[in-house]
Design a protein around this ligand. Sequence first.
Ligand code: LRH
Ligand code: MN
Length: 432
Amino acid sequence: MFKNKIMKIKKEQLLDFNNSGIHSHKDNYEFLANQLTNKGHNVETIVSKLAKFQVAIPSWALGAGGTRFGRFSCYGEPSTLEQKIEDVGVLHALTQTAGAVSLHIPWDVPEDYKAIKELASSLDIKFDAVNSNTFQDQKDVRETYKYGSLSNTSQAVREQAIAHNLDVINIGNQLGSKALTVWLADGSCFPGQNNFQTAFQNTQDSLKDIYKGVPDDWKMLIEYKPYEPNFYSTVIQDWGASLMLANECGDKAFTLVDLGHHLPNSNIEQIVSILQLKGKLGGFHFNDSKYGDDDLTVGSIKPYALFLIFNELVYGMENNPQNPDLAWMIDASHNVKDPLEDLIQSLEAIQEAYAKALLIDQAVLKAAQENNDVVKCQEILQEAYRTDVRPLLEKARLNSGGVLSPIHAYRALDIRGGLIKERGKNTVATGL
Ligand code: LRH
Ligand code: MN
């Protein structure tokens, strides 16, 4: 059993907290529910879909992030996997929408599998996709990944990277995870440095070897990214490359869309739509960005773009049975915000975009599109987007035992203060 006392938020603390806001919530909810019911919406169905919508928290984003220019701790950071699960437990207790964690290996290798699974289930946390890491050299490895991993010109390096991914599957299997996420930093910084075809073919063959180790009820999620840490070419640079690799591997391989992994002004909702049509959209890394892979709070920069993506997702979930259930995950990094407050805001923005997209009558929109009624199409989208759906999110949280306003509760309960008292000011979380 774990030496540190596990911080657990007591149900009664949350109930007390809700009492202060319950009346205005009820008024706002009834007003909105009547409006939506009069427009033909089934409000209970929307609220239950929101309550079922669980997003996995990245284990590597529970401490302060940082850049090459500096890292500013937020104190009370989780320095063990147990404390990371504990922090995800805090997020889930408040929001009731963070019922899963996505681990990154080797940053989060469990020491005691039985104990960590018991802790997670006691907090109602499941293990979502496990992430391999062949973008850093671990201290005891023979071969370096300086010039790539699965694409490397050296067979020894490729075999080491393949073996690591098979280890990650084994770790995930013991935790009950059902997906492996592969993101490669592989690429080049200068013209002429790589033979693009050799690098791509090596990656293809290496992924096929890893794919042989993917259990039948698992998915292999191939994450693409246009640049960083390589700044001239990246082997798996865009959705096309990821889709080609997934198709070559087989039915258990899919594309993973990280919202920050697109060149400026990319039409991500169109990418999402076509991947669903092809039955090859496997999941998401939600975040937001102004310039590059900024890993900012979801919905903090381009909330309308996120809404348009969820419009395509709702259409896909209603019309593309060929596409599997999606892996919903956040992938963010916190340079100036308290990580838990940042993640609470991201969870709220995801729920809000989904709720607004559920207000779009897809059949009416499709009819307007068929009639090329361009103005009506926009009116349908923007009427949904302009609806303040927050009372629906509150209702879903209340129905699941969460709080009306997670950020207020987090501060009123001084959770960060409690974590600092328990862990001190100098603990550092593994991760980015
Ligand atoms: C790469 C990435 C990938 C992770 C890493 C932590 O930018 O999005 O998903 O492995 O961040
Ligand atoms: Mn990512």
